[in-house]
Design a protein around this ligand. Sequence first.
Ligand SMILES: [Zn+2]
Length: 103
Amino acid sequence: MKPRKVPLRKCVACQQMMPKKELIRVVKTPQDEVQIDLTGKKSGRGAYLCGKLACFKLAHKSKALDRALKQAVHADIYQQLAQDFIRVEDDFLANKERDEDEE
Ligand SMILES: [Zn+2]
């Protein structure tokens, strides 16, 4: 048993604490653009979502993302994010599996 610190973050939609690598980071850049940040390294205010479309939809409906980012997220941006979300979901899941293999 090796003690490991897993950084936990909360999904803004379902409020569950999850290991950071199992969450998708959404970031508001200093230019006030809202983007999905798969690297986790973009600067700006971040919010985390489970890598599940259901949580993304919930965040949209409840405006949880707006609150977390302290900015009204425009419907166009949600639409863009939804597309990006679907696009990154496979990569995200693939990365996750790869990480698990390394252990
Ligand atoms: Zn969630």
